[in-house]
Design a protein around this ligand. Structure first.
Ligand code: AMP
Ligand code: FE
Ligand code: FE
Ligand code: ZN
Length: 288
């Protein structure tokens, strides 16, 4: 009998704020002993084709994305991340929402840089955009500029309260989370709430919201994630049980922008199979 497959359902490439290209990402996934990897860049499917093209033999690729969402049920609105798997990358409404969010991210990045510059901090927006290499731009790219300028030593420090974590933090124009769940399902995909209990990132979604999302089509919850404490993981598992949702685990690998390694957390084969079975087959799992 062969060992259970190792499945990592949340990773980033240079198509957003990871540091490995999509081709490097799938090669690294195979080298680290994974059997299944999902590419889930923020608000884009741009990494799908190059990842597919470079897919090593024996590795399965789940094409996905991590959608920047917001819940408007409290003030100020709560930012949330929704993983979406195996959806149609040409579904018009979803494509339009992703394009809108990416454009808004650029405007927001430029405004953050303007705030920094107004305080005499010498960072350049054109240089940051170049650094993002045409991928979805985010605060990690601005963090790199702060590091290059010698203003902070690490990405973690750049996300501290004196910098991008608070003082120079601006909200993004995200997708209403209920609309996002519906659009992903309408596009044949499977929506899973990313790191839903990560209190170390800030405010979190109340359980009632998760129940309401489950009622409109949310398929699963990411429980095993580095930003969850053991108690938070247990809470997510219990909630998923109660609501009949799938439980996933994943690294949320970002290359050198974070310390976590590929496969640091994984998803049970049974949960993975449920996700694949719920997908409507527009985008298939690709096998290398
Ligand atoms: P943005 O999407 O522009 O709001 O930036 C959020 C992204 O920054 C997340 O997807 C993570 O990749 C990264 N990030 C957030 N907090 C931290 C942190 N404390 N250290 C390193 N990276 C972080
Ligand atoms: Fe990220
Ligand atoms: Fe996330
Ligand atoms: Zn992520």
């Amino acid at each position: 009998m062969s060992a259970a497959p190792r499945i990592d359902l949340h990773t980033h490439s240079t198509a957003s704020d990871g540091t490995l290209s999509p081709a490097e990402l799938v090669r690294a996934a195979a080298e680290s002993g994974l059997d299944v990897v999902a590419i889930t860049d923020h608000d884009t499917t741009a990494g799908w084709a190059p990842a597919l093209e470079a897919l090593p033999a024996g590795l399965s690729l789940v094409r996905g994305a991590e959608l920047s969402c917001r819940w408007y049920g409290e003030e100020p609105a709560l930012p949330l991340h929704l993983l979406a798997y195996l959806f149609d990358p040409e579904a018009p409404e979803l494509v339009a929402e992703l394009a809108r969010v990416r454009a808004a991210r650029e405007e927001r990045g430029e405004r953050i840089v303007a705030l920094l510059r107004a305080d005499g901090i010498d960072v350049s927006w054109p240089e940051i955009l170049t650094g993002a290499g045409g991928g979805t731009v985010g605060r990690p790219h601005i963090a790199q500029a702060l590091i290059r300028a010698g203003l902070v030593a690490t990405t973690t420090e750049a996300f501290g309260p004196d910098w991008l974590g608070e003082r120079y933090r601006l909200p993004k124009e995200d997708i209403d989370v209920f609309r996002a769940v519906r659009l992903v399902r309408a596009a044949g995909g499977v929506p899973v709430f990313a790191h839903p209990r990560a209190t170390r990132r800030g405010r979190i979604a109340p359980d009632e919201l998760i129940a309401d999302l489950a009622a409109v089509g949310l398929a699963g919850l990411e429980a095993d994630h580095e930003d969850h404490s053991p108690a938070e993981r247990a809470h997510v598992r219990a909630l998923a049980d109660e609501l009949g949702l799938v439980v996933t685990g994943s690294s949320d690998f970002h290359g050198t922008h974070k310390t976590v390694r590929l496969g640091a957390f994984t998803t049970d084969p049974g949960a993975y199979e449920r996700i694949v079975a719920e997908a409507r087959g527009v985008t298939e799992v690709a096998s290398g």
